[in-house]
Design a protein around this ligand. Sequence first.
Ligand SMILES: [Zn+2]
Length: 556
Amino acid sequence: MIRQKIRLGDLLIQEELLTQEQLEHALKLQKESNYSKKLGQILVEEGFVTQKDLLKVLSKQLGYEFIDLYGQKIDFDKLARYPLQILKNAKAVPFDEDEDYIYIATSDPLNYEALDILERTLMKPLKIYLAPDDEVEAIFHRLSILEDTKFIIEEVKKELHTEGLKKEGEESAVMRLIHLIIKDSILRRASDIHIEPDEKKAVVRARIDGVLQETFVFDTEIYNALDTRIKLLGGLDISEKRKPQDGRFSMTIENKLYDFRLSTSPTIYGESLVMRVLDREKALLRLEELGFEDENLENFNRIIHYPYGIVLITGPTGSGKTTTLYAALNEIKNIHNKVMTIEDPVEYRLPLVQQVQVNEKAGLTFAVAVRSFLRQDPDVILIGEIRDSETLNAAAQASLTGHLVFSTLHTNDAPGAISRFAQMGLAPYMIADAMVGVVAQRLVRKICPYCKKETHLPPSIYKIVQKYLPDDYTVYRGLGCPKCDFTGYFGRTMISEILVIDEDIAKLISEGATKFEIYEYAVSHKGFKPMIYDGIKKALKGITTIEEVLRVTKEK
Ligand SMILES: [Zn+2]
């Protein structure tokens, strides 16, 4: 093993990734911690450098190459036989072996002592590669899951071998395993639970705050039992494995009833199952709980109280559009108006609202439904999504005949909705007359309140957002703790921009202005603030991080 004396701070300064001032600050902190922390760790924690930059510099200096751990076929059964604590101390994952070497990936190549111990324990020379901390931790995480579920898995196997899947009640081991998977996901605030088979294993991943995290790993035998039992639960045909199917079921977790929408999809290794968690309480958020900043909340409240016109919510899939629409309906529905919706599918049932589900096979499309609604004397119409010009025309017609229409569209920003409508064939004067406002939104993860700490912006990020920042500012990050599964994030909120179509903007639209002209005009004359401003504002308040805002707004 190479044992090089590395002066990490000097190296980083040489590479212009760190300033002398930052180094001195970090060294001071290290002294204050009584040298219980390593310099590299402090530099990353303080936000002076990213771990990736740190490893890049070390890779150059030590001559170790990077390895993509996700791309390696890691034999977990074999890995489980290595002494876990020694691996953890060295932050090292053995991923391959030949006659001469054991190949390991580590995120802490300067920890010579721990690596020495590992080498002696494995009794074979190590060939060292580098991998980021989160990838190494993900492998350890999977190992500990395997350890934790060993017992219940053995139960399921015993059951399979002695009595097949005959036992169908709540008490069967398969059912207890399903309950465990769902409960674990819900307690982690998951919105979706994925069960995905590959060649040898099936992986369970939960979408938590918008990001998938691996939570369980099973072998094929267990996967087959799970697949069958979950399909039964969702009321699906268990013999049908070649076609996608959809179903629903409910389950009580910690005394609360949850609904799940189940969908299956045939993949080359078997069926992939996705369970969407439908949390009724979440569906009925009030406007104030969505995360609109004051000014945006005021504007949104104004446009949803117009007597007629189209209110659009735009953003990519998973940006919380449906939640915003439902909150808006919730705000304006009352005993004196009639609200009708056409959705694909109906996710949450709302009191006092007539909800219709799209049924393409029966010819009930968005457009057909909207035209039929017009004969039902509604005040408000919600169209799940405007995907084609037929639906757009029906929406415009509804709006121009005195109805308030809510819908969603896939565009990146609010002004983009106008040009999209034009591309879909709606005449500019119609767009100008029909639209009252467009909201563009994204969801950002919130900093975990249990491990939140002031931090610094790495230079690479500072450069991008400099123009939005005041001279004096503070930013925060979550260091990672058990409460947030060591992600540093806990829950999500929304960032948004709202383009109100007033007379001036409508005039521009009807004159055929481009989306850039509309954007420029709205910014300079109407106080329109692009989404990034909302995001930065929330970062400066310590609600989220700049990195997270950049991730969802893709500002470069
Ligand atoms: Zn935390």
